[in-house]
Every structure is written in C-alpha cells, then in structure tokens.
Design a protein around this ligand. Structure first.
Ligand code: FAD
Length: 326
C-alpha cells in the first residue's frame, strides 16, 4: 500500500479546483482519480454557453470552462492524474482502493477530498405509471447521447421537469430537429434559471405546462404517447383535465442525487433526504480528514459556484495536512 498526501476522487470542476487550491496552499503530492477517460466531469457534455460568467467574467461553454482547469492541472507536476480509475472503497482512516485498467491499487491518504458529483433521479423515483417501453431517458443521459455519442433519441419528445437540465435539453432536442411537444412541470414555477426559461423554451415556442403531471406512459416496444393531467395546489389530479400527447420519447429531468457511497462506506453521517454529508460547515464531513465538495456536497446550479467552494475544500484539506504539505 502506497502513502499519498492528498487523494481527490472525481475530475470534474470540483475535483480540479480542489487539487489546484491544495497545491497553492503547499500540498506537494496530490493524486486525482477520475473514472472516465477524460477530466472535466459533466461539463464535457454541456456544450451550451452559460459557464464562467462569474469566475472568468466571460461566457464559455462547458468544455471550454473545463479545459481552462484541465490545462492548469496537467501542467502542475505535483498533481498526478489517474484516468479510468474508479475508487471503490474508503475506510474511516482513509485507506482507499481503486480499480484502474489491469490493476487494483491501494493507497493510504493523509487527507481525502470526495468530488464525485451527482447521478440523476429516475422515472421510478417519481412513480410515473405505465408500461416500460424504450424511449424513456434521464435527460442528462440523453444529453450525453446527443452531445458526445452523436445519437438523437427520438423524433417527438415530452420533457418532464423544468429545472435547468430539462430546459437545456428541450432546446437541444429542438435544435436537432426533434419536435418538443411540451415541458411538464408539477409545481407552479420553474426551478430553472429565468434566462433558461426564456432562451430554451420561449425562444423556441415550446409550451411549459405548470401544475401538470404525466399520469401514464403508453406504448409497447416504444413510447407512443403520454397521458397528462392538471393538478391542484395539493398536487391532486383535477378530474376531467386529462389529455394525451403523442410522442416517441420522454426525457425525465426531476433532480439530482449526490453520489456519496464512498463517504457512507467511510462511516460519515449522511442526510438521508438529500444524500449530502451532515457537517457543521460546507465541505466538511463527520469524519476528520475526509472532505466533500461540488455536487457531492450540495447540488449547485452554476459551475462557477462549484469552483469557488471547491477551492475552499482544497485549502481545508491542505490545512488538515499541516499547511506545508507534511
Ligand atoms: C445538463 C446540465 C446543464 C448545466 N448547465 C450549466 C450552465 O449553463 N452553467 C453553469 O454554470 N452550470 C451548469 N451546470 C452545473 C454544473 O455543470 C455542475 O454543477 C458541475 O459540473 C458539478 O461539478 P462536480 O465536479 O461537482 O461534478 P461532475 O462534473 O459531475 O464531476 C464528478 C466527477 O467525479 C467522477 N467520479 C464519480 N465517482 C467516482 C469514483 N468512485 N471514482 C472516480 N471518479 C468518480 C465522475 O466520473 C465525474 O467526472 C449544468 C449541469 C448539468 C448536468
């Protein structure tokens, strides 16, 4: 088992900002683990503009924003980047196991920063009834299919949820020639940024139906239609308000869940509702020497805020290690 000063799990904006900040604070040896084959995290699939307005005072796409950090990380001799490296085990005394192609590695870390991001809530989690045909995707997965793999998931889509991911994907699908029939939102207002409601829906003439929900997904092999119903202020169906929307694709964008299995394994206290670490301040966990940042710590709207707070996580880890990289 090798000794490492600081091990960071996750090479998205959070992990990269934490690594750079720890180095700036004097940590000499940083190991950055990323399970994907590239650094950048979710930013790699966010090809739309809207990033960096606060941090860089200019508007960048997700890959452009990530690239600025990737270059700094790559040129820092004190940061070892290990790609295709999946952290699978963490103990309270910071022994970590990770899989990389052809090997299982074990390290003993002086401090650990978990920057593992989020996964998407699924159709099952909000109990949309109906059959289980193909054509129902989490919106972030559809974003990856379209922007990275170059596949269009369907021709006529209905989007569930008007958070930023649902809004951005409505526009993305429309730009690819998909007919977006409607965005269905059970609440009275959108959780997304106002600029995204305007630029992604209004500019494209896509209807946003507040206080509506999908009551049934129809279709045998492939989605054929969704049944939609209006709900009252108690979220109860209003009788007689139902209608059907023919479509072959449903994109579900109903929230993100912080990925904190490693933290849980290390015995840290986790809030069961939000799946975030329970601690007295941001970036801390209930296990000394283990820190969390970015979307693993709380779900952020803006990558700029992720960068700002994750720099703090890197500094906290450095302070824990003794400030001068001991
Ligand atoms: C669709 C969408 C649109 C968005 N639009 C905007 C926008 O317009 N403007 C804006 O400012 N922000 C936007 N955001 C928000 C912003 O992109 C995120 O808040 C930010 O990327 C989160 O960074 P992160 O590093 O915490 O997580 P991520 O970027 O998800 O990175 C986490 C990384 O950890 C890795 N990982 C996880 N577990 C392990 C493990 N066990 N071992 C090794 N590696 C692991 C993952 O592979 C991933 O690379 C958007 C987000 C989404 C999803």
């Amino acid at each position: 088992m090798k000794d490492r000063q600081l091990v960071i799990v996750g090479g998205g904006p959070a992990g990269m900002a934490a690594a750079l900040a720890a180095r700036a604070a004097g940590v000499e040896d940083v190991l950055l683990l990323e399970r994907d084959q590239h650094l950048g995290g979710i930013l790699n699939q966010c090809i739309h503009p809207g990033f960096g307005l606060h941090h860089f005072k200019e508007e960048l796409t997700g890959p452009e924003y990530a690239d600025r950090f990737v270059r700094q990380v790559r040129s820092d001799a004190g940061i070892e980047v290990s790609l295709r490296s999946f952290a699978i085990k963490l103990t309270p005394d910071r022994h970590m196991s990770y899989l990389r192609p052809g090997a299982m590695e074990e390290v003993r870390a002086g401090a650990v920063v978990l920057a593992t991001g989020c996964r998407e809530r699924t159709r099952e989690m909000i109990h949309i009834p109906g059959s289980r045909p193909s054509g129902v995707y989490p919106a972030g997965l559809a974003q990856k299919m379209v922007n990275i793999e170059g596949w269009i998931p369907g021709r006529e889509a209905v989007i569930v949820g008007s958070g930023d991911i649902g809004l951005i994907m409505s526009r993305r699908m429309a730009l690819e020639g998909v007919k977006v029939k409607a965005v269905i939102e059970i609440q009275k207002t959108s959780r997304g940024l106002v600029r995204n409601v305007v630029q992604c829906l209004e500019d494209f003439g896509i209807p946003l139906l507040f206080q509506h929900r999908i009551s049934l997904i129809r279709g045998r092999d492939r989605v054929e239609a969704v049944d939609v119903v209006k709900v009252d202020d108690e979220l109860k169906d209003i009788p007689g308000s139902g209608f059907s929307l023919p479509c072959d694709t449903v994109l579900v964008s109903v929230g993100l869940i912080p990925e904190n299995e490693l933290l849980e394994m290390a015995g840290a206290e986790i809030d069961p509702k939000s799946n975030t670490p329970v601690a007295k301040d941001i970036n801390l966990t209930s296990v000394p020497g283990i820190f969390a940042c970015g979307n693993a710590c709380q779900v952020y709207d803006l990558a700029d805020s992720v960068t700002r707070d994750s720099e703090l996580a890197g500094s906290l880890a450095a302070a824990y290690l003794g400030g001068a990289g001991k």
